[in-house]
Design a protein around this ligand. Structure first.
Ligand code: RFL
Ligand code: PHB
Length: 389
């Protein structure tokens, strides 16, 4: 049987970052991932990093390429009723955000792990958790037809929203809170220059739209779509027309179209499971909570969870201290709920909800208030760049 100190399930950003921080502190880890490395790297997801996330990646020693290629944005725009309004993040919150794809964060972390020699098992089938309620937890999995097993001190469940970790907890020990929004996002990636040098979040009667990017030559766009939308009904031409119809005229005129290199639909959901610790099992990232992408918070929350968890585990191994481990769930959840609130609020003010006249009037009032009040813009900016860890 193998033996490690912390067995990590999942090699997404949460699992990899935890592995890297622990490795640098001399704590042994094994990552067990059920997909292949290439599959994990092919998922196009988040693009916006809070300064706290960037600082944590620096602490993990994986920020060299991020510093070179990441795009620092000091502002973000909200477009409605034909006009684009800039929110000056730097002036209002003292910081900007960094645009750098989740795929690139993941690649940098995978490269660092490979260089460190710390082990990762990819394509592990039927990963199962054992004994996390007691003193000797174990993980088992199958690979190439054989069963493997690792004994550990702790298990970190970093296996995303459909993972096995949360599903292994006694439902009676778990409280869950969920909100399902009646729409999704259709996203397109294309090798064309972005319509705007900063992100544009657009509220329109036809639905929400977002202009984002990955680099000066690669754009990422989204439009709100019905939950039953099908990719085959969205050829590129229809997507570009719909995007332009929802943007303010200046942004729409600047959209450069081209063939999509990726297109996908994601439903929007808020979800929180409490607590985030069960004996020697700790959940982190999407395994414990989901937010709709409107606030750009999912990846950043995975990073803040990992910050608290890494600190607690390192304290445990260095000083025998258990206070951090005891406090982990409450510390992480306090920050999680504030991001859940912000993401819900951003989603609510910017999306089109069906036939809700009262809601639409409130949305208009929210946007008008935002543009008329520096205090309201400062509150948005403070949350968008991320609350302190
Ligand atoms: P991940 O990235 O889902 O990684 C989990 C890993 O666990 C593996 N796994 C298993 N391994 C072993 N056994 C099992 N049984 C397993 N089950 C699953 C999976 O294969 C995977 O490799 O979770 P993690 O690490 O917690 O990271 C969370 C982020 O990925 C997520 O929150 C963000 O992508 C959310 N998100 C955004 N976040 C931001 O901070 N800023 C953004 O701009 C942003 N935009 C987005 C987003 C998510 C989106 N989608 C597709 C939901 C935009 C979109 C469209
Ligand atoms: C992205 O670039 O994919 C992105 C940016 C901002 C969001 C969500 C997604 O709020």
């Amino acid at each position: 049987m193998l033996r490690t100190q912390v067995a990590i399930i999942g090699s997404g950003p949460a699992g990899l970052l935890l592995g890297q921080l622990l490795h640098r502190a001399g704590v042994d880890t094994l990552i067990v991932e059920h997909r292949s490395r290439d599959h994990v790297l092919s998922r196009i997801r988040a693009g916006v990093l809070e300064p706290g996330t960037v600082a944590l990646l620096a602490e993990a020693g994986v920020d060299a390429r991020l510093r070179r290629e990441g795009l620092v944005h000091d502002g973000v725009a909200i477009a409605f009723e034909g006009t684009r309004h800039r929110i000056d993040l730097r002036a209002l919150a003292g910081a900007g955000v960094t645009v750098y794809g989740q795929t690139e964060v993941t690649r940098d972390l995978m490269d660092a792990r490979l260089a460190s020699g710390a082990p990762t098992v990819y394509e592990a089938e039927d990963v199962a958790l054992h004994g996390f309620d007691g003193a000797s937890p174990r993980l088992t999995w199958r690979r190439d037809g054989a069963t493997a097993e690792v004994a550990c001190d702790f298990i970190a469940g970093c296996d995303g929203s459909h993972g096995v970790s949360r599903a292994s907890v006694d439902p009676a020990a778990l409280a869950t809170y969920e909100k399902i929004y009646p729409f999704g996002w259709l996203g397109v990636l294309a090798d064309v220059p972005p319509a705007s040098h900063e992100l544009v979040y657009a509220a329109h009667d036809r639905g929400f739209a977002l202009c984002s990017m990955r680099s000066p030559t690669r754009s990422r766009y989204y439009v709100q779509c019905p939950l039953d939308a099908r990719l085959e009904d969205w050829p590129d031409a229809r997507f570009w027309d719909e995007l332009r119809a929802r943007l303010d005229p200046a942004s729409a005129a600047a959209v450069v179209t081209g063939p999509s290199i990726e297109k996908s639909i994601a439903p929007l959901r808020s979800f929180v499971a409490e607590p985030m610790r069960f004996g020697r099992l700790f959940l982190a990232g999407d395994a414990a909570h989901l937010v709709p992408p409107t606030g750009a918070k999912g990846l950043n929350l995975a990073a803040s969870d990992v910050h608290y968890l890494a600190e607690a585990l390192i304290d445990h191994y260095r000083a025998g201290a258990s206070a951090g481990l005891e406090a982990y769930s409450a510390r992480a959840l306090a920050r999680v709920w504030k991001a859940v609130r912000f993401s819900w609020w951003m989603t609510t003010i910017l999306h089109r909800f069906v036939d809700d006249g009262f809601g639409q009037r409130l949305q208009r009032a929210e946007l008008a208030y935002l543009m008329g009040s520096e205090a309201a813009r400062a509150a948005l900016a403070e949350n968008y760049v991320g609350l302190p860890f």
